[in-house]
Design a protein around this ligand. Structure first.
Ligand code: SF4
Ligand code: SF4
Length: 474
């Protein structure tokens, strides 16, 4: 039996829901709009903190300045990524690959350890939905008021409140779209041109696209994105085991549930769940956690805070719904150090070390050497043997730089061509260089030669590139 089979899951056996009066079955289920009730508690405070940090980093990120320029700018036309004074180019693709691997293994590690905490606390969909819901509750009230407003006729009051909500949603969505494009196009200039209605076609398209995507995803679709569109929801259960922290209802303690006071009956006959339904009302995906683990659950812990408040109210210990493991629920020990978790942890550390090493060893210069493809060597009019090369120097820093050029290899070669080259920040320059010798005085064989470039005034910034010096032979 697999680990996932041992975890109590909701019975998904098909029911007669969706069967029409004529006996035919509808393939589409109408969406029931979910209005989660606001709830306060320790996990919701933690979520508030994480979503504010996430949103804050996103919104402030492109406005940060570094050495006179935008601190984080992904300059696609120039194919350069500027991140806090460091310029990454397509040649640094390996770093991006390492970064993606770190992100993937971090997600695996966290999921095996603590389930879908990513979804509940820092996922952009959760973060933006939380802000959108907050705006909605400020204008339309909490769950009951919103449910009432849904059914109310379109009075001026309803139109004002609904209209105000959508205006604020669109404003936040526009800010999101503008910020996103601001990571790719200098944001101060972009913002100025937005208000002057002077945006370029692509900029206007992408700002519009992300504005509508944010408005639709966080305002209208909300939990539908998590339930139907997010692939993570589908494979998460494969990663869970009996020691993964998940939000669970303690069935042994809660059942049999009872509604209200049972003065005429022995309380010991009943569990602690008073069937108040608060855990369902606060759930942003509209599920009942008492039915077991469900893929819709984003581990936001709203039901924990709700149930804890109920337990406080009726004088019972907290934790009827809590973060726990399958083993702990069955009275066993939770095994933190298990092979799968250790494996992901070790892999994560190795990749982080590789990424750190690659960043540490990275020098902000690149040198490419291309031999003349038309001739292996050339005999000049004075009888000397020459090889021609094109040296391409890439300045991967954010400062203009002069590079001294040199070679290392056979002694006595005569250098014809520039011995230094000036390159602007994030730019590249090519120079043609000829190396030659007089076969009357020197007797050279074909061999390896190393070209070098060194930043003037900063000898640590240097690099070499291997090539061949080819002679007619003896
Ligand atoms: S909030 Fe707690 S007591 Fe109320 S229905 Fe849910 S599990 Fe039962
Ligand atoms: S069941 Fe609880 S933890 Fe899961 S989504 Fe609903 S409120 Fe959040």
């Amino acid at each position: 039996m697999s680990d996932t089979e041992r975890i109590r899951v909701k019975d998904e056996t098909p029911t007669n829901k969706g069967v029409k009066a004529d006996g035919s079955v509808s393939l589409y289920e109408a969406r029931e709009h979910i209005h989660p009730k606001s709830i306060h508690g320790r996990f919701q405070r933690l979520r508030d903190l994480t979503v504010w940090i996430t949103m804050g980093i996103y919104l402030v990120g492109p406005w940060l300045r570094w050495e006179g320029g935008q601190a984080v700018l992904f300059d696609l036309p120039e194919r350069q990524f500027h991140i806090f004074g460091v310029t990454f180019m397509p040649q640094d693709f390996i770093l991006l690959a390492f970064t993606l691997m770190v992100a993937a293994f971090a997600l695996f590690f966290v999921t095996v350890f603590a389930g879908r905490v990513w979804c509940g606390y820092v996922c952009p969909q959760t973060t933006w939905t939380r802000f959108f819901t907050w705006i909605e509750s400020k204008l339309e009230g909490d769950r009951n008021a919103r449910l009432k407003l849904d059914k109310a006729p379109w009075t001026p009051r309803k139109i004002t409140r609904r209209g105000g909500k959508h205006v604020l949603w669109l404003a936040l969505a526009l800010l999101t779209g503008l910020t996103f494009v601001g990571y790719f196009s200098p944001i101060s200039d972009l913002t100025f041109r937005l208000f002057q209605f002077e945006l370029g076609g692509w900029e206007a398209f992408w700002i519009g696209f992300f504005t509508l995507a944010t408005y639709g995803n966080a305002g209208w679709m909300r939990e539908q994105v998590c339930i139907y569109m997010c692939p993570y929801a589908r494979f998460q259960s494969v990663m869970f085991d009996r020691d993964t922290l998940i939000v669970s209802y303690d069935e042994d303690r809660g059942e049999p549930r009872h509604r209200g006071a049972k003065r005429d009956r022995d309380e010991s006959e009943f569990g602690d769940c008073i069937d108040c339904g608060l855990c369902v009302q606060v759930c942003p995906t509209g599920i009942d956690i008492r039915e077991g683990l469900q893929y819709e659950c984003i581990h936001c812990a709203a039901c924990i805070d709700a149930c804890d408040s109920v337990m406080d109210h009726i004088g019972k210990p907290r934790g009827l719904i809590r973060y726990t493991t399958e083993n702990a629920l069955e009275g066993g020990q939770t095994n933190l150090l298990r092979p799968r978790l250790i494996g992901y942890g070790v892999a994560l550390l190795v990749i982080i070390a590789a990424l750190g090493g690659a960043l540490w060893l990275r020098v902000p210069i690149e040198l490419d050497v291309m031999r003349d493809r038309n001739q292996l060597y050339r005999t000049a009019s004075d009888g000397s043997i020459e090889n021609t090369y094109t040296l391409r120097v890439v300045n991967k820093s954010q400062n203009a730089q002069v590079y001294d050029l040199s070679y290392r290899g056979p002694e006595g070669l005569e250098w014809n061509g520039p011995q230094h080259v000036a390159v602007g920040p994030g730019e590249q320059a090519s120079v043609a260089v000829t190396l030659g010798y007089d076969p009357f005085y020197d007797d050279l064989d074909t061999g390896t030669i190393w070209f070098g470039a060194r930043a003037r005034g900063n000898p640590k910034v240097k690099t070499e590139h291997e090539s061949r010096f080819i002679t007619p032979g003896r």
